[in-house]
Write a protein that binds this ligand. Structure first.
Ligand code: NDP
Ligand code: 8X3
Length: 253
């Protein structure tokens, strides 16, 4: 049976790849992002396979999220799967020199955007006794690295919110999954480095990073499991990435 899937951050990277994978299965899609032109292009590519509704939406805007998700067109209103994917890292400066506006934007998008979308759709899912929320966390939510300060903290929030949601939803058939990827080659670094293409390309050069499609496969895997089964958490990394131990600063350095 065709499901209704709402994907935030569908205009590039993971969200776009996830949309392509669900479209190929014939699921109906609600695609949300700020860059509506990108979404329109994707819709024109995918609409031969399925029905698609677009939302020009900034997930930081609480009123806009609630309004949009509470007034979906009738044929899209019963969302089965919410993919909270919209998010970003801004900067890699140490905490003492990081930009406070960047910190606000990461918290407003990665944490608040996720909880607004979730809160808007949860009552309907609970009433219909059907729903799956997939939150895109990050390896940065579990492992510290220099410059990840607030970005990593927002993704730890995503991880813990997912676990806490599962507790609240015990006794309902709803499912919650957090997928926590490490390094994947998308526009993520271009955004982090404020459109410095050279710096962004250097992040992925020669390390065989994951692709957006790798993450989309994981999303499809968790949402295609039988109804009695909840995949709580998936952490995934390219073979070329690992948490490689604690650093020690010598007193003489
Ligand atoms: P991209 O930059 O390619 O995609 C990010 C998406 O998020 C875009 O579609 C963007 O759309 C959307 N977005 C950003 N801010 C907002 C906003 N305020 N409102 C609505 N949409 C927004 O990066 P990725 O695909 O890599 O990132 C997707 C998610 O995966 C993020 O949450 C990221 O933190 C996470 N992640 C990424 C990893 C990586 O290495 N690439 C690893 C682990 C996690 P638009 O600008 O059009 O609004
Ligand atoms: C981004 C993953 O490992 O580049 O969320 O911080 S990593």
């Amino acid at each position: 049976m065709s499901r209704i899937i709402l994907i935030t951050g569908a205009s590039s990277g993971f969200g776009e790849a996830i949309a392509r994978h669900y479209a190929a299965k014939g699921d109906r899609l609600i695609l949300a992002a700020r860059r509506i032109g990108r979404l329109e292009k994707l819709k024109s590519e995918l609409e031969s396979s399925t029905q698609i509704h677009l939302l020009a939406l900034d997930v930081q805007n609480r009123d806009a999220v609630i309004e949009a998700l509470n007034h979906l067109p009738a044929q899209f209103s019963q969302v089965d799967i919410l993919i909270n994917n919209a998010g970003l890292a801004l900067g890699l400066e140490p905490a003492q020199s990081a930009d406070l506006d960047d910190w606000d934007t990461m918290i407003d998008t990665n944490c608040k955007g996720m909880i607004y979308c979730t809160r808007a759709l949860l009552p309907g899912m609970v009433a219909r006794k059907r729903g799956h929320i997939v939150n895109i966390g990050s390896a940065a939510g579990s492992y510290a690295y220099p410059g990840a300060n607030v970005y990593g903290a927002t993704k730890a929030f995503v991880q813990q919110f997912s676990a806490n949601l599962r507790s609240d939803l015990l006794g309902t058939p709803l499912r919650v999954t957090c997928i926590a990827p490490g390094m994947a080659d998308t526009e993520f670094s271009l955004v982090r480095f404020k459109r410095d293409a050279e710096k962004a390309a250097a992040v992925y050069a020669g390390n065989d990073a994951m692709t957006a499609s790798d993450i989309a496969h994981a999303v499809i895997y968790v949402t295609d499991q039988p109804a009695h089964l909840n995949i709580n958490h998936i952490e995934m990394m390219p073979v070329t990435q690992a948490s490689a131990g604690l650093r020690v600063q010598k007193l003489t350095e």
